[in-house]
Design a protein around this ligand. Structure first.
Ligand code: NAD
Ligand code: LMR
Length: 342
């Protein structure tokens, strides 16, 4: 498995030279919500990718300055800015990957579902434009509540007659990034070696790290499993509380989203060894959407990996059953919202 949002190892050159490699840089990426807390650092990280030829930055305000600033970095991607709904369509023309971090973040005391009323409409409107202007693009949805915004996006695409289940991803990479970090710290492992699949959804108990499937194989006491699982499930809240009203995770999220974009670009570029966890349409359980590892290829998801759900521990089996009612309700809420719209 390779999930390397990092320069390939083995070269003695300075890291920054990687970003200047005269490699084919042919993909176009759009960020919708590009002037926000996630959008800005994400734009910087994507601007550093040698696989990107154009980076389209869209927001309802403040995006001109972000684009002017970024455009001075001497990396190949051409940066273009688009402000407001009148420029939304143009921001999407010819784009291969659309990343959506548009929407409001949590404040202390809120759940992700408390964001539904505002973010559901934002995601619906943006995905309608994606359907009209770049229906073949990979769509990465970051806006919360992901458990509901992905079903909303899917309903919009279905209504527009352009839904491809292989190309719609709820971004749960941050859960994997956190699980890898916390497990490596707890077990004194090299960070680069650790890979923990995280399944289910992206809110509270629906986030289920499968610690028994950690690579390399590690043994945990029952107490360690409980402590790590709860910390991974509450890691978003940990950041929301530390930021004390100034928003939720932005930098770690940008890092995680950039890794997912880079993986998608490698897949589009013909790499046949790309695996990531994502919240997608799924038949792994009785729920229509479920996060798991997926294999990504040129045309999107090539396989949903079922083996991670086999041979679970009793703790994981119970946690899997316990998350289903909440995840089901969030999916149904998203679908009902989208179907109610004209
Ligand atoms: P932010 O408020 O800093 O930025 C949001 C940006 O979206 C702003 O620039 C705003 O102008 C823009 N925006 C609002 N309405 C828009 C519209 N209709 N079209 C385009 N842009 C619009 O928030 P943030 O910290 O960047 O978080 C954004 C979202 O990402 C939140 O919903 C948050 O909960 C979510 N999030 C998800 C994960 C995850 O793991 N999936 C992690 C962190 C945050
Ligand atoms: C996260 O996991 O950090 C995000 O979903 C943001 C949040 O509200 O916790």
């Amino acid at each position: 498995l390779r999930n390397s949002f990092a320069p390939k190892a083995g070269k003695q050159n300075l890291r920054h030279q990687y970003y200047l490699q005269p490699q084919a840089s042919s993909s176009k990426v759009a960020i919708l919500g590009a002037a926000g807390g996630i959008g800005q650092p994400l734009a910087l990280l994507i601007k550093m990718s040698p696989l990107v030829s154009a980076l389209h930055l869209y927001d309802i305000a403040n995006v001109k300055g972000v684009a002017a600033d970024l455009s001075h970095c001497n990396t190949p991607a051409q940066v273009l800015d688009f402000t407001g709904t009148s420029e939304l369509a143009n921001s999407l023309k010819g784009v291969d990957v659309v990343v959506i971090p548009a929407g409001v973040p949590r404040k202390p005391g809120m759940t992700r579902d408390d964001l539904f009323n505002i973010n559901a409409n934002i995601v619906k409107t943006l995905v309608e434009a994606v359907a009209d202007n770049c229906p073949d693009a990979f769509i990465h949805i970051i806006s919360n509540p992901v458990n509901s915004t992905v079903p909303i996006a899917v309903e919009v695409l279905k209504r527009k007659g352009v839904y491809d289940p292989k190309k719609v991803f709820g971004v749960t990479t941050l859960d994997v990034v956190r699980a890898n970090t916390f497990v490596a710290q707890k077990k004194n492992l090299r960070l680069i070696d650790v890979d923990v699949p995280v399944v289910g959804g992206h809110a509270g108990i629906t986030i289920l790290p499968l610690l028994s499937k950690t690579k390399p194989s590690v043994s945990f006491t029952d107490e360690e499993v409980e402590e790590l699982t709860v910390r991974i499930q509450n890691a978003g809240t940990e950041v929301v509380e530390a930021k004390a009203g100034a928003g939720s995770a932005t930098l770690s999220m940008a890092y995680a989203a950039a890794r997912f974009v880079e993986s998608s670009l490698r897949a589009l570029d013909g790499d046949t060894d790309v695996y990531e966890c994502a919240y997608v349409q799924s038949e792994l359980t009785e729920l229509p959407f479920f996060a798991s590892r997926v294999k990504i290829g040129k045309k999107g998801i090539e396989a949903v990996i079922s083996s991670d759900l086999q041979g679970l521990t009793e703790y994981e089996e119970k946690a899997l059953e316990a998350l289903k009612p909440e995840l089901k309700a969030s999916i149904e809420k998203g679908v009902a919202f989208a179907q109610k719209q004209t």
